[in-house]
Design a protein around this ligand. Structure first.
Ligand SMILES: [Zn+2]
Length: 327
């Protein structure tokens, strides 16, 4: 296996952040599409609906992409940015009347593990929240195994900066130099958040997205909410499945979970995990640099829509070109 260096560095605004670089991805798995080795599933409660759903991750052929299937309705919904129909509390994709909510942590686990193709069978409207992070989905992928399909994958190269804003919040994709024609896609990510609650405050995180950096730095960071927000949501009939077992709850300067945080800057890491899941809806690996401040599901989706609306801002490099250039 390859070389890994992990080091702390100062980045945006001098905020402590994580710079993580590794070279453990084999050449085979960078050019080849991947799927699960075997089907695997679990049952759990949706954080917003409170409904118990059963979900199965099923291997799929090359060029299939990630597709959600509402088995109770017989409707397929591609996991793509243009199928996103609601981003207020989580990322919801839909087709006609059929919806699947809270896809972001599962999408992050698939994307972070380099899985290109899978059929996600689900018998209800929301992906189980499990522990509020992507770690249980990684565990499922580890149990099932991941295989190379020996069909070249494509990448989307960012050619020009694209930026979307909402007040002082922004999300941006910028070009990133390609070192050679055969270089695999690189997604450098940098994000900051800023909350009035002093238990969160201002914090940041930066990393180069790879299966290892995703697993070690992001996957176990849990979703979080403010205690006041939780009360309001539950009064409005939302966050019905939410509890201290699947979210970090913050009351001003206190983390209410008895076990505290899992790691330093868990909040910023979770926002980056969300961004990985939301950006996975591009449909192929991005080559570029993602920079965001106080972004969320809405801005992340707006960013992909803005990117794909501007044909001069990106291009697709199909895997055949990478393979031919490497030969
Ligand atoms: Zn999340």
């Amino acid at each position: 296996m390859g070389l890994r260096t992990g080091l702390e560095s100062d980045s945006m605004d001098g905020l402590p952040s994580i710079l993580f670089d590794d070279y453990t991805v084999s050449q085979a798995s960078t050019w080849s599409q991947r799927t699960l080795k075997a089907p695997i599933g679990c049952v759990g409660v949706g954080v917003h609906s409170g409904r118990k759903t059963s979900i199965s991750l099923v291997p799929a052929p090359a060029d299939h992409g990630i597709v959600f299937r509402r088995t109770d309705l017989g409707v397929d919904i591609p996991a793509r940015f243009d199928a996103v129909c609601d981003t207020r509390l989580c990322t919801v994709i839909g087709s006609g009347e059929a919806r699947v909510g809270t896809v972001e942590h599962l999408m992050a686990a698939l994307s972070g593990s380099g899985v290109d193709n899978a059929l996600i069978e689900i018998d209800g409207p929301e992906v189980p929240i499990l522990d509020g992070s992507a770690a249980p989905f990684l565990f499922l992928l580890d149990c099932a195994g991941i295989v190379d399909q020996y069909v070249p994958r494509a990448m989307i190269e960012i050619l020009r900066p694209v930026r979307v804003t909402d007040g002082d919040a922004f999300a941006e994709l910028r070009p990133y130099p390609r070192t050679s024609r055969i270089a695999p896609p690189v997604l450098e990510m940098e994000l900051t958040i800023d909350f009035a609650a002093s238990a969160i405050g201002r914090q940041g995180c930066s990393l180069r997205l790879t299966p290892n950096s995703f697993r070690e730095e992001l996957s176990s960071a849990r979703t979080f909410a403010l205690a006041t927000e939780v009360e309001q949501l539950q009064k409005a009939g939302l966050a019905l499945g939410g509890s201290l077992d699947n979210a970090v709850v913050v009351d001003e300067d206190k983390v209410l979970n008895p076990g505290g945080l899992r790691m330093p800057r868990e909040f910023a890491r979770h926002k980056m995990l969300d961004a990985v899941g939301d950006l996975a809806l591009a449909g192929s690996a991005l080559h570029g640099r993602f920079v965001a401040h106080r972004s969320g599901h809405a801005l992340n989706n707006k960013l992909l829509r803005a990117l794909f609306a501007d044909a001069s801002a990106w291009r697709t490099i199909v895997g055949e070109e990478l393979v031919a250039a490497a030969a």
